[in-house]
Design a protein around this ligand. Structure first.
Ligand code: SF4
Length: 249
C-alpha cells in the first residue's frame, strides 16, 4: 500500500510505500495527517524541479525570409525574430509587373529595412522575361501561382544555402489571398533541394497587425498581387463592382 505525501507547504509529492511513510513519522521527519487514506506531511518544504522554459522553435537559426513587399515584411520578420531566428530579408520578385511597380515595392522595403535595422539581401536584376516564359500556357491563377512560388522560393533556398543559413520562409504566408498549403509544399521541396529547411507558420494571424504597422511606417501598399495577370484581374473586379458596364474579355 502507498501513502499520500505532502510537504510542509502542503504541496502533493510522489506517494511512497506505507512502511517508509510510517518510518518517517517514527523518526520525527513527518507527521501523520490521516490513517485512512494513509497520509503524511513532511516537516520540511521540498524543492520541486522547475519545468524547463520552452525553447522558441527557431532558437539559434539563421533564416532567410523571402519578402514580397514591405507591408508583409513588417509583422512576418518581427514574428520570426520572436520565434528565435536571426532574420535576414531576401528580395527576389520577378513576377512584379511593370518594372516601375517592382521598383516602388523594392524602394519601400529598403525604406522600412533601414528604419527597423533589418538586413536585406538584394537579388540583382529583374527576371521578368524568365517569369513570363515559365507561366505562358499556365496562366490560370492556381497554375501560374505554383510556378511563381517555385521561382521565388527556389532562388531563396539557393541563396540561403550559399550564405550558410539554416532555414527559409516567405512573407507570402501572411496573405489570405495566397494558397498557404501550396506555398508550404513548394517551399519544402525547394528547401530540401538545397539542404536547408522551410519554416511554416500561419502568419495570417498577424494580418491586421501588418496593416497597422504598414500605416505606422507610411509604407506603400499595392492593390494587386504582382503579375500582369493579377493586375488585370484586380482592375476587372473593381470595374465589375463599381459599374455595370460589361468589361471586354
Ligand atoms: S497572382 Fe500573385 S502569386 Fe499568382 S502568379 Fe501572379 S504574382 Fe504570382
Amino acid at each position: 500500500m502507498n501513502a499520500r505525501v505532502v510537504d510542509a507547504q502542503g504541496r502533493t509529492l510522489s506517494p511512497c510505500p506505507a512502511e517508509r511513510a510510517l518510518a518517517l513519522v517514527a523518526r520525527g521527519k513527518a507527521e501523520l495527517v490521516s490513517q485512512e487514506p494513509l497520509t503524511i506531511r513532511l516537516c520540511r518544504a521540498v524543492e520541486l524541479p522547475q519545468p524547463e522554459p520552452e525553447r522558441p522553435p527557431l532558437q539559434g537559426q539563421r533564416l532567410l525570409l523571402h519578402v514580397c513587399c514591405a507591408p508583409c515584411a513588417t509583422y512576418s520578420a518581427r514574428r520570426l525574430q520572436e520565434q528565435g531566428a536571426e532574420v535576414m530579408a531576401f528580395w527576389y520578385n520577378p513576377n512584379v509587373h511593370p518594372f516601375s511597380e517592382h521598383e516602388r515595392r523594392r524602394e519601400s522595403l529598403a525604406h522600412y529595412a533601414t528604419e527597423v535595422g533589418l538586413p536585406v539581401v538584394w537579388e540583382p536584376g529583374y527576371d521578368m522575361v524568365a517569369f513570363l516564359r515559365r507561366v505562358v500556357s499556365h496562366e490560370r491563377p492556381g497554375e501560374r501561382c505554383a510556378i511563381c512560388y517555385d521561382m521565388r522560393l527556389e532562388r531563396t533556398a539557393q541563396r540561403a544555402a550559399e550564405l550558410g543559413m539554416d532555414a527559409i520562409c516567405t512573407t507570402l504566408l501572411i496573405s489570405p489571398y495566397q494558397d498557404q498549403a501550396l506555398i508550404n509544399q513548394v517551399g519544402q521541396a525547394a528547401a530540401a533541394r538545397h539542404g536547408v529547411s522551410f519554416y511554416f507558420e500561419n502568419l495570417r494571424r498577424g494580418f491586421a497587425e501588418h496593416h497597422r504597422l504598414a500605416h505606422e511606417h507610411g509604407l506603400y501598399r499595392q492593390d494587386y498581387c504582382g503579375c500582369i495577370y493579377s493586375e488585370w484581374e484586380a482592375q476587372h473586379k473593381r470595374r465589375a463592382n463599381t459599374t455595370h458596364t460589361p468589361v471586354e474579355e
